[in-house]
Design a protein around this ligand. Structure first.
Ligand code: NA7
Length: 480
């Protein structure tokens, strides 16, 4: 079988490793950029780190004993991704600098076209395009008129020194919360434009001493025990709390966030401006012990007045105040519903995936879409998203994809796709369960919501995700 993987980020690399292990040698990983690593290649802003603990953020087949911090920096994770791709012999399969434009299913196979032309025919396609890679700029008028330098957090301008500059950061999510403490010591002044406050769970990102790293290397069972402890805390207890199945756990997290705010923001007025009016867990939890101290520094200011427009000299807020700036950082997040776009995906009988998903994106168990044979998604619609390790989510989906692939090819049917009624049933179950999740009941909006106001996460526990994807049920699929 000839297989194409699209994207050489964490999930594409892991899919490559799994294909090799299962004996599939004939595959190509198409990567639009000049390096592997996905989000960890793209995000290089000051302070970039994962919001999942290091020892949980690893592939099961490549445990890492020597993480240098409790929450690893983007650079360290990018190094890990590259090393895994090299050590597991995935690199010879990677085609860098090759952006696919079109995938079309014709006569029982997928024809792929990139910006440089025909890339050939494949029996199966695995989409590993990531969730957070299409940056979003705010729809604020005047952005192009700004006379200083403006850029998105994921396109950091390392050629621009911030020393002594007046900097504005628009957005108050995980990214902004990491950038502010990292630049506060360098800039003349920073203004953080916050539309909605975030709950912040306190974590000290301590360095991991050399001796402890050496112990983890010598005694892998201790590394595994720590992995399991963190997995239980985040993948299981936190995930259950978010979907309404661990009230006590949710209360403990909420209490810690409230206490963090009470204890660490001195000025009562600033404290109230930083206090969210929705439930903890509704938006993805921000983790930091560095943000509150940073926003209270003399050279920092929190701006909660609505931004009216961007003008050549800076930001004009609705109260008529001009905030003069040299640099504007748009820490305004990503469009997670971008799945395969801007690539055109045409399935069986000319079905256009953009049209099929024009109402809501849906895939049976987050992996396959009716009408699109042998097309598999990692990180597809309704994948679990939250403060748990996406690497484990990807590996779980890859395991399921391997189970599906095993049913086709040589001596078996050539094609597999979900039955429409199985996908519809799954969709109804998702919708019914979503109502009890904190994302819906918590009274906020977030990047978890699609344009129709539907949350595209996994509405059940993480255990259920693992159980449902352990083995495909052939009754849910059509073979040809
Ligand atoms: P997020 O979490 O999507 O945060 C984006 C922030 O940008 C959020 O505070 C938004 O406010 C704000 N935003 C977006 N548009 C505007 C406009 N027009 N005006 C003012 N503020 C705006 O992105 P991050 O990059 O921080 O984090 C993404 C994920 O990466 C994160 O969850 C981790 O998984 C890692 P809002 O809350 O919508 O009012």
């Amino acid at each position: 079988m000839r297989i194409a993987i699209i994207g050489a980020g964490a999930s594409g690399i892991a899919a490559g490793v799994s294909l090799l292990r299962a004996g599939y040698e004939d595959f190509v990983i198409f990567e639009k950029a000049a390096d592997v690593g996905g989000t960890w290649r793209d995000n290089t802003y000051p302070g970039v780190a994962c919001d999942v603990p290091s020892h949980l953020y690893r592939f099961s087949f490549a445990p890492k004993a020597d993480w240098t911090r409790e929450y690893a920096s983007g650079d360290e994770i990018h190094g890990y991704m590259r090393r895994v791709a090299e050590d597991f012999d995935v690199m010879p399969h990677v085609r860098l600098g090759c952006e696919l434009k079109r995938a079309e299913f014709e006569d029982g196979g997928w024809n792929l076209v990139s910006s440089s032309g025909d890339e050939g025919r494949f029996d199966a396609v695995i989409s590993a395009m990531g969730v957070l890679h299409k940056e979003v700029y705010p729809s604020i008028p005047g952005r192009e008129r700004f006379a200083g330098t403006g850029f998105h957090s994921s396109k950091w301008r390392h050629d621009i020194s911030l020393t002594g500059k007046r900097v504005g950061i628009i957005g108050a999510g995980s990214t902004s919360v990491q950038i502010l403490p990292a630049i506060i010591g360098e800039v003349a002044h920073v203004e953080l434009f916050m539309r909605t406050p975030q709950w912040i769970f306190p974590v000290d990102n301590n360095p991991i001493p050399e001796a402890k790293r050496a112990t983890f290397s010598r005694e892998p069972e201790r590394l595994q025990a720590l992995y399991e402890l963190l997995g239980d805390r985040l993948n299981h207890r936190l995930a259950a709390a978010l979907v309404g199945q661990n009230e006590e756990g949710l209360r403990e997290i909420a209490d810690a966030c409230v206490q963090n705010l009470e204890d660490n923001v001195r000025d009562p007025e600033l404290r109230e401006r930083l206090r969210p009016d929705y439930a903890v867990g509704c938006k993805r939890l921000v983790v930091s012990s560095a943000f509150y101290p940073a926003i209270q520094k003399e050279n920092a200011a929190l701006v909660t007045e609505r931004i009216a427009e961007i003008v050549p000299d800076g930001v004009l807020t609705a109260d008529g105040k001009l905030h003069e700036l040299d640099v504007i950082v748009y820490a305004t997040g990503f469009d997670p519903f971008n799945f395969h776009r801007p690539m055109k995906v045409i399935g069986r009988d000319g079905l256009d995936l953009d049209e099929v998903w024009s109402g809501a994106a849906l895939a049976l168990r987050s992996v396959m879409v009716p009408g699109f044979p042998n097309l598999f998604f990692i990180g597809g619609p309704n994948s679990p998203i939250g403060n748990f390790s996406f690497l484990l989510t990807a590996e779980t989906q890859i395991g399921y994809i391997m189970g599906l692939l095993a049913q086709i090819g040589e001596g078996r049917p050539a094609q597999i796709e979900p039955k429409a009624e199985a996908a519809e049933r799954f969709s109804r179950e998702v919708d019914a369960a979503m109502h009890q999740t904190i994302w819906v009941t918590g009274g906020c909006t977030s990047w978890y919501f699609d344009k129709n106001g539907k949350v595209a996460s996994w509405p059940w526990t993480y255990e259920r995700f693992e159980a449902e994807l352990r083995q495909p049920d052939p009754d849910e699929y059509l073979f040809a």
